[in-house]
Design a protein around this ligand. Structure first.
Ligand code: SAM
Length: 236
């Protein structure tokens, strides 16, 4: 997807792109390619692929972000989807979190270059950060970080009641098979499932909107090894 195609396909998402936003993405793309030559940030290194698989893909959830929202992006990596969304939603506050400090160092330099005042970078593990930031966010996003059941435990406690967790996924059928109990325990409800293919190369995508229906027990999230080893099941 070249730059012109990117602008065209964004319109089909209902997203318009200003000259200033396009320039910021150009700086982002150049800096990502350059930084990636000495620090491993992403396997996607080619210009057109960055526009499609990082920039366009991140913006497929843009319509769900509202002004004055506070958004947490868990496992943001090189800024996807959080940093891209922040370029398009300057009146929304984005907390981009990753446990890998190399990614946060890259994002710190990038944020300076892009002069984004609505981005806050956090080097931490999600389960530890969320413990101290319960019910703080309107939206939590996450792409390519973990299985849905794990993500639910990391994200739902961080959301205000009625807030939305929006994971960006590929084919999610298998992961969905065993999530109902986790949703019940943490007070989450899937209110929408959007399925589509990416333009040009047709890879399958699923976006879920999961509402935090009421406060989650403060016992969650547990430590990461417990989340991994002991999937949530209701205590009888
Ligand atoms: N979201 C980005 C994307 O779509 O390109 C990055 C995906 S990368 C495969 C997964 C990222 O999640 C890594 O940068 C890793 O450091 C981070 N991560 C994994 N588990 C985490 C946790 N418990 N807390 C914070 N970050 C985590």
């Amino acid at each position: 997807m070249n730059k012109e195609e990117f602008v065209y396909y964004l319109k089909t998402l209902g997203v318009t792109c200003t000259k200033a936003q396009l320039e910021k993405l150009e700086i982002y793309k150049d800096f990502l390619i350059k930084y990636n030559t000495h620090t491993n940030l992403t396997a996607i290194k080619e210009e057109n692929a960055i526009y499609l698989k990082h920039f366009y893909d991140s913006l497929t959830i843009a319509e769900n972000i509202k002004e004055q929202n506070k958004v947490l992006d868990i496992g943001t990596g090189a800024g996807f989807p959080g940093m891209v969304l922040a370029i398009f939603c300057e009146n929304t506050k984005f907390v981009l979190l990753d446990s890998n400090n190399k990614k946060i160092a890259f994002l710190t330099e990038l944020q300076k270059k892009l002069q984004l005042k609505n981005v806050f970078l956090i080097h931490a593990r999600a389960e530890e950060y969320v413990k101290n930031h319960l019910e703080e966010f309107d939206i939590v996003t996450s792409r390519a970080v973990a299985d849905l059941r794990i993500l639910l435990e990391l994200s739902l406690p961080a959301l205000k009641v009625k807030g939305l967790f929006i994971p960006l996924k590929g084919n999610i059928e298998k992961e969905l098979e065993n999530t109902q109990e986790t949703l019940d325990i943490l007070n989450g409800k899937i209110i929408e499932k959007k399925e589509f293919v990416l333009p040009k190369e047709n890879s399958f995508r699923t976006i879920l909107l999961i509402e935090h229906t009421k406060s989650t027990d403060k016992f969650y999230p547990r430590s990461f090894d417990k989340i991994l080893k002991k999937p949530l099941v209701k205590r009888k």
